[in-house]
Design a protein around this ligand. Structure first.
Ligand SMILES: Nc1nc2c(ncn2[C@@H]2O[C@H](COP(=O)(O)OP(=O)(O)OP(=O)(O)O)[C@@H](O)[C@H]2O)c(=O)[nH]1
Ligand SMILES: [Mg+2]
Length: 356
């Protein structure tokens, strides 16, 4: 069960499925001709966290359960797709339903892999896809304005009130700019693509394509670009031996596979923090929005636990690692008792006392 869902977009043949495979170890088919398949690849990737491993070791937990992200890889989006309606259906649905979007941009030069435009130009590619997303939102806002005009005539105040901001939004989209640049609160039920948290993944060759990545960064700023050698890492993900994997990574000067970095970046993008539940059975990470309360944390674990909430026993993770057990932590006075409104800190180990 994944904690959040992220849609993967990009031009055909940019390596979306390779990125997806490296992220999820799913082994979906990749093709060199942009042979787009109709259905989506769906897979779950863990967000590894060193703290969780330290906790499990200190306390002797039998199992480690990291937080997870669900990725949905849908087949390539073509230029003009939004206008022509090919961005309708499945792709749009997945993207609108997700919590964030990963936009894969090809920087790797490879004669054997066809490019839809016959050349590799990461900034032009990124612009083309970004424009498709803007156009899809444009269509959505236009429909909303039309519907709103009808409702306003029948005297519905809400529809009348939101009309000015929708017009400003439409003008922004008309300029080809994403809705997030408007900087105004928008109607909450407006499912825009271009307000979603966004992350670019530069799909590089093993050399890392520093020049192309730098150009893409300049275009993308302030949005983050995470470079990943997807094909290389997808091959890497197939190796069972961790030592062999580490040796391959060292060869391209990385100490960590790119994909955990992508998953972690996606996590940061959504401004999520993690709290932990730790016992002999398992050490488990739970994501929660920054600023979330103890009772919200309880609700992540189970709605019954939130309903019956009495108090939260909280130990900062380092203190539990140093103590080796909850009992010892309590003896040392590093365990606090907090109420339902307590604001959870990143790395809190939480034990909720509740009524059933
Ligand atoms: N040289 C090189 N080739 C890559 C890299 N990433 C992907 N490829 C190749 O590019 C082709 C397309 O990769 P996919 O991952 O299927 O691309 P996609 O974006 O999912 O393609 P569609 O779903 O058809 O739009 C395959 O032949 C991959 O092996 C890379 O980093 N370097
Ligand atoms: Mg694909």
């Amino acid at each position: 069960m994944a904690n959040l869902e992220i849609g993967i977009v990009g031009l055909p043949n940019t390596g979306k499925t390779s990125v997806f495979n490296a992220l999820t170890n799913a082994g979906a088919a990749v093709t060199a001709y942009g042979a787009t398949s109709a259905s989506a690849n769906v897979g779950v990737a863990p967000v590894p966290d060193r703290r969780l491993e330290d906790l499990a070791e200190a306390v002797g937990s039998r199992e480690i359960i990291p937080a997870s992200v669900q990725f949905v890889d849908v087949s390539g989006l073509a230029r003009g797709g939004a206008k022509g309606g090919t961005l309708g259906g499945e792709l749009l649905g997945h993207l609108r339903a997700g919590d964030a979007i990963i936009h894969v941009v090809r920087t790797f030069p490879d004669e054997d892999v066809a490019h839809v435009e016959g050349r590799v130009d990461p900034v032009a590619d990124a612009e083309a896809v970004d424009l498709e997303l803007v156009l899809a939102d444009h269509a959505l806002v236009e429909r909303r304005i039309e519907r709103g005009a009808k409702l306003a005539r029948t005297g519905q105040k809400a529809a009348r009130d939101e009309a000015p901001v929708l017009e400003r939004l439409l003008a922004r989209l008309d300029e080809g700019l994403p809705a997030r640049t408007l900087g105004e609160p928008l109607p909450a039920d407006l499912d825009l693509l271009t307000t979603k948290p966004l992350l670019y993944v530069a799909n590089t060759s093993e050399s890392g394509d520093p020049e192309a990545v730098a150009r893409l960064r300049e275009y993308a700023a302030p949005v983050q670009v995470v470079p990943v050698a997807a094909k290389f890492e997808a091959e890497l993900a197939e190796l069972d031996d961790p030592e062999e994997r580490a040796a391959f990574l060292a060869e391209i000067g990385q100490d960590q596979a790119g994909m955990p970095r992508v998953a972690a970046a996606a996590f940061g993008l959504l401004d999520l923090i993690q709290f932990f539940t730790v016992g002999p059975k398992e050490a488990r990470a739970w994501p929660i929005r920054r600023g979330g309360s103890a009772v919200e944390a309880a609700g992540k674990i189970h709605s019954d636990i939130a309903r019956g909430f009495i108090r939260a026993e909280v130990i900062p993770w380092q203190e539990l690692v140093a103590s080796g057990s909850h009992t010892e932590a309590a003896k040392r006075g590093v365990q606090r008792v907090e109420g339902r409104d307590y604001t959870v800190s990143d790395g809190d180990v939480i034990n909720v006392r509740f009524n059933v």
